[in-house]
Design a protein around this ligand. Sequence first.
Ligand code: AMP
Ligand code: MG
Length: 496
Amino acid sequence: MKTLDRMCPQFNFDNSFARTFEGFFARCQATPAVAPKLLQLNHGLALELGLDPAALDSEAGLAVFSGNAIPEGADPLAQAYAGHQFGGYAPQLGDGRALLLGEVLDTRKQRRDIQLKGSGPTPFSRGGDGKAALGPVLREYLVGEGMHALGIPTTRALAAVITGERIYRERPLPGAILTRVAASHIRVGTFQFFAARGGVHKVRELADYAIARHYPDIADAKNPYLAFFEAVIDAQAALVAGWMNIGFIHGVMNTDNMTISGETIDYGPCAFMDTYSPGTVFSSIDAQGRYAYGNQPAILSWNLTRLAETLIPIVDSHKDRAVELLTDTLKCIQPLYEAHWLAGMRSKIGLKTEEPGDLDLINDLLWVMKDGQTDFTLVFRRLSQALRGDSNAVRCLFEQSGAFDVWARRWRKRLDQEGGSPEARAQAMDRVNPIYIPRNHKVEEALAAAVDRQDMAPFYQMIGVLSHPFDEAAGCEAYTEPAPATGIRYRTFCGT
Ligand code: AMP
Ligand code: MG
């Protein structure tokens, strides 16, 4: 341990945002943590980032993750951004409880941000304490890493520490810091801020930067800014389709929580839908259901329209022409989203080819699931068991199995058309329909154990289970089942 302590973690920072956008961020420092302790280090991600896990798993690493030491080459700053929150425009948001340490090039030469979340106030804190409580930090760790294992683009968690201080929410809670890794933290809201504060010149600079960082292949397009918009649309449409395919509800799809890279960001009041119902909302602050499960595709379009507005002056020097080009592109969002969604759904029910009736077949299953009040994840997972000769595993999930039986006959007819081995098909389905997701009650259990009883064991166990969401393993049964019915509606809170 002592030798490890003396090893200083080498990050090899290369801070392009700090070099490029002076005036659109605030340099600041973390508030020192009084008695920090490392709870979790993500060894696999450290290796991916070209970092030495042994050097990070040390006193020196802890000092970095708790904001007590600035690693060599870091240039800590809080980014400015704006955003529409629940439809209303907030001109000045920004990193109020986050600090970008800097950027590193990972082993695939991809640029990644390394950010502390919960490390104390910044000039953008607007009266907040800039801190994070242990529960939300562990939630972001669990759900984010779970999403990554599910194949959904997402920011990642490199480390979680407790700071040793109490922070005050409805009650005193242990303070914590998450080290977050992202392809970048540029959001739709960053474009909104640059458009409002920097004008055309600054938006163009930000777009050029985002193209170089995220979509370098389009730099030579005839109209690179329109091509950029198309690329963001495609990345975000694929992302939201991915969420819908696994039953994920982000919960707070404000424009400041939508990345340009197409990664899921900000795991606040997020949750996984259990019983299938498009109107599902878990967030305590989403009284109108704006960000309900079934509204997410519409909000995708709404948010991207806000991005389009910022790009008008750079897409064409004639405003009318720019609006026309962007409007035509906006019309592609829903068809693109539907194509991504349908491709995902086809593979969920074991289809490899495309037939015109597939959309109806899939929608009809969803209707039967809605009527039958079935668990979203379990139905899809157990379809493969029907192909292995056990139809009852899925049938028994439906209150009235008759409607499911009618659907299943159509499904089997469609599968027969395609041919192929049922076992190979079942295996392919098991690679896209998870058996283990971060189920809400299991997440809550792990958080409560950590916060109320200082027992990290359920958290560590859950991290392990969520790392293999598609592979059934002995001893993990408790993670497959929906919460026992208590009659109490599950609620999530904005994790600050
Ligand atoms: P969110 O809803 O988590 O995306 O956050 C919205 C805005 O509130 C962002 O600008 C955050 O930086 C800011 N914010 C959230 N929690 C805090 C906090 N505890 N202290 C300061 N700012 C915060
Ligand atoms: Mg946010």
